[in-house]
Design a protein around this ligand. Structure first.
Ligand code: ADP
Ligand code: MG
Length: 668
């Protein structure tokens, strides 16, 4: 049984309708210990023959047997395994990883040695054998042709595979270097099968034990009786052919190491990815933040949001409800609570220097109206940034975004901003609390008593405020629809609200209240928007959706760009990894790992940039920040897109035979 046998092998290339014969009817047997020289004219099929033997290209006819085992049924993964086990390949154009150091290039092939020190020691020893011990730390790209080829030979030796194939290894070298390389090959491959393709037989004739001439795809002559002929080592069987350890944990570690080295080797690429990712994420944030903000404002003016479980109630008499009246109603109708001067609940906004405030009560306890959740406690707002909390009826604290610092002041409250009007009421601003999360709503915080006073006033004078415009917009909408609904005159100033635990209960209670002679409607029922606000709502909703789609597409585009660029750059390296027989699993792990750590600096940098903008008074208001879960969503999105694109790319790369990707890689 021959170590390697080719039986009637044929390979045809079909491209663009023309058919070229690569090789035909090739019958050859090889043994270990042979130094085979293959010569022939250009285009005669030498490379094809070598590529078929190496498993880098497929064959259509005949059978290739390795240690007696047929291979014609092999699929790509079988060939990967075959190469891993048997083949070291030396190319004319060196195929060294340019971005790796000489040492790393050799260590790559020594993955099976688990101890890193031992691995390094072994790599140095091999490099000494090829005369490169003084260039260990030099990058592949900085070597001369002869040095590169030596490095590749050291790598081939590191793998310690039984077959070394070399396709015109001296084709790009000067005469002196060529001689040295052939000499070296001969020295290092004593017990291996060495097959060298050369166009210059003179270079190898002193060393070769066999000379095969190829002509027009066929074997023209096979001359074994050469003077220097060494005895082939027969029937060695499995001895010396190392079994590959199949260890997932170790593969993972190797993959991570390879990915890390590959990542470090391309610092410019990392910077590029950083930059692109930043643009992508910042861009998306700007798009969604700015536009959503605009539409949110829009929404506030045109969309009255009804509160769940709220029933607005009034009687026909021009008489105010007293607390006692309301307490009775609560008991009778099974409400949870009431609010006597409820118009304030609908006077949502106060405009001041383009900030829209919500009026909040400042109380030491939680509010008694949990449905609306507008209570404020000291704990809730924290220590004021400037000044103090309100103590009197005419004092307020402003709860505003950090971006307002320049307006309201940072040490003391600016004199141009130390008072504020709510409708006809005047308040002294005694404190300001800045917050950096600008997704929050700005608020005017006042004492319990002041809040009561204000709400009473607003309730009793709602008609006056109705015409003030925006300030009481939703309030006006509510009351107008109340009037329309209940067909009442506009003497409703004795209105109050009852709160129920659910909308269904509220609805039932409202019906019962009407039966008993009250004017009553759920807050939801009073919301009968005109066609304009309905259209506005639909438009705003649609736009918001489109904005998110745009942001996502934007992000996908940039992440896709990063991943493609990143993988393109190492495409040729990958093919070298493959041709070296590094297991596909290790390569895949390394690529994923490399992608993940490539996007990491970009994400970190983006995070830092965001934080800086966030805490800066001058820039805080530039971006409307998203909620933390939206950021999480974006980050997860980036990771998912990266994974999908990387997977697709890897799939494409590993689908083809090495030969094809090698060609593609060379062109790129
Ligand atoms: P050599 O290495 O001896 O110069 P090759 O083995 O590269 O020759 O090529 C043998 C024949 O196969 C040539 O006619 C060449 O044009 C053809 N050939 C090689 N590779 C391809 C390919 N990928 N597609 C089409 N034809 C090819
Ligand atoms: Mg060739």
């Amino acid at each position: 049984m021959a170590f390697l046998q080719l039986k009637n092998i044929g390979k045809i290339y079909v491209s663009e309708g023309t058919v070229a014969v690569g090789i035909r009817n090739v019958n050859l047997s090889f043994e270990r210990g042979e130094f085979v020289a293959i010569t022939g004219a250009s285009g005669s099929g030498k490379s094809t023959l070598l590529n078929v033997i190496s498993g880098m290209d497929t064959y259509e006819e005949g059978e290739l047997l390795i240690e007696g085992k047929p291979t014609s049924h092999y699929i790509q993964s079988d060939w990967e395994e075959y190469r891993e086990k048997y083949i070291s390949f030396i190319f004319q154009d060196y195929n060294i990883i340019d971005s790796f150091t000489v040492l790393q290039n050799v260590e790559l092939a020594l993955m099976d040695i688990r101890n890193p020190l031992e691995r390094k020691r072994r790599a140095i020893e091999l490099l000494r054998r090829v005369g490169l011990e003084s260039h260990l730390k030099q990058k592949g790209s900085r070597l001369s042709g002869g040095q590169k080829q030596r490095c590749v030979i050291a790598r081939a030796l590191a793998k310690d595979s039984p077959i070394i194939l070399a396709d015109e290894p001296t084709g790009n070298l000067d005469a002196q270097s060529s001689k040295e390389i052939v000499q070296l090959l001969k020295e290092v491959s004593k017990d291996k099968l060495l097959i060298v393709v050369t166009h210059n037989y003179d270079e190898v004739k002193d060393h070769a034990s066999r000379h095969i001439r190829v002509f027009d795809g066929a074997i023209e002559s096979d001359d074994r009786s050469l003077p220097e002929s060494a005895e082939p080592i027969m029937n060695q069987g499995h001895e010396g052919v190392k079994e590959q350890p199949n260890d997932r944990v170790y593969d993972l570690r190797s993959g991570l190491r390879l990915g890390w080295a590959s990542f470090l080797a391309k610092p410019k690429l990392t910077l590029f990815i950083c930059f692109i990712l930043m643009i992508g994420v910042l861009g998306s944030a700007f798009i969604t933040g700015a536009l959503e903000d605009a539409f949110a404002m829009f929404g506030k003016f045109y969309m009255f949001q009804p509160a769940k479980g709220r029933v607005i109630v009034s009687n026909h008499e021009a008489k105010e409800f007293t607390d006692a009246d309301l307490e009775k109603l609560v008991e009778e109708y099974g409400a949870k609570s009431y609010f006597r001067y409820d118009a304030i609940l609908d006077t949502a906004a106060v405009k001041e220097e383009s900030i829209e405030f919500t009026v909040k009560r400042f109380t030491k306890t939680r509010a008694e109206f949990p449905t609306l959740n507008f209570g404020a406690t000291t704990k809730q707002y924290g220590k004021p940034s400037v000044g103090r909390y309100p103590e009197d009826d005419d004092e307020v604290l402003l709860y505003v975004p950090l971006g307002c610092k320049n307006y309201y002041g940072s040490d003391s409250i600016s004199t141009k901003a130390n008072d504020i009007h709510i409708n006809t009421f005047h308040y002294d601003v005694v404190g300001v609390k800045y917050y950096i999360d600008n997704t929050k709503q700005p608020m005017i915080v006042m004492t319990d008593a002041a809040y009561k006073k204000l709400s009473e006033h607003v309730s009793k004078n709602w008609k006056k405020f109705r015409d003030l415009g925006r300030d009481s917009n939703s309030y006006t909408v509510l009351f107008n629809t109340m009037i329309n609904m209940m067909g009442s005159n506009d003497n409703i100033y004795n209105q109050a609200s009852l709160f129920f635990s659910s909308e269904a209960k509220a609805k039932k209670a409202a019906a019962k209240l009407r039966e008993n002679g009250y004017l009553a409607a759920t807050s939801k029922a009073t919301y009968s928007p005109d066609i304009f606000s309905l259209i506005m709502r639909a438009v705003a909703g649609g736009f918001s959706f489109i904005i998110w789609i745009i942001a996502i597409v934007f992000l996908i585009f940039f992440v896709n760009l990063c991943t493609h660029r990143s993988l393109d750059v190492i495409k040729s390296d990958l093919t070298i990894f493959r041709s070296m027989g590094i297991s596909v699993r290790v390569i895949k792990i390394s690529m994923f790992y490399r992608m993940y750590i490539s996007i990491l600096p970009g994400l970190l940098l983006t995070l830092i940039t965001f934080t800086l903008i966030y805490i800066s008074p001058n820039y805080n208001s530039m971006i409307r920040f998203l909620h933390w879960y939206e950021y999480l969503f974006i980050i997860l999105g980036i990771v998912v897109i990266t994974t999908l694109v990387t997977r697709k790319q890897i799939h494409r790369l590993f689908e083809d035979s090495v030969k094809k990707t090698l060609k593609g890689g060379a062109e790129a």
